[in-house]
Design a protein around this ligand. Structure first.
Ligand SMILES: [Zn+2]
Length: 93
């Protein structure tokens, strides 16, 4: 049996490391721009906690992490993406 080692990634908001599954991945894709959970390129991770999703500086932190400028519309798309994570496992943190 192969033991699965969880892939740990750093949340750019709270700076804690979590299992990759419990994080939202935001990627600056070379061809398609900003993508969630897919894409090739520079990526940043946010843990699935309300605290981090509602971080008022999250856009700034993402811009820094992805080394890119995020359009004002980004935050709307981001919020929709968060809404789809209603059943996230870290709820309540
Ligand atoms: Zn976090």
């Amino acid at each position: 049996m192969i033991q699965k080692t969880p892939v740990m990634r750093l949340c750019i908001s709270c700076r804690n490391t979590y299992d990759r599954k419990n994080l939202l991945k935001i990627t600056k894709d070379h061809n398609q721009g900003i993508l969630f959970q897919s894409g090739m390129g520079r990526s940043a991770y946010i843990c699935k906690s309300k605290k981090c999703f509602s971080d008022s500086k999250i856009k700034k932190k993402l811009q820094k992490a992805l080394k890119t400028f995020l359009e004002p519309e980004f935050i709307e798309i981001f919020k929709k993406e968060i809404a789809s994570f209603d059943d996230y496992p870290n709820k309540g943190i």
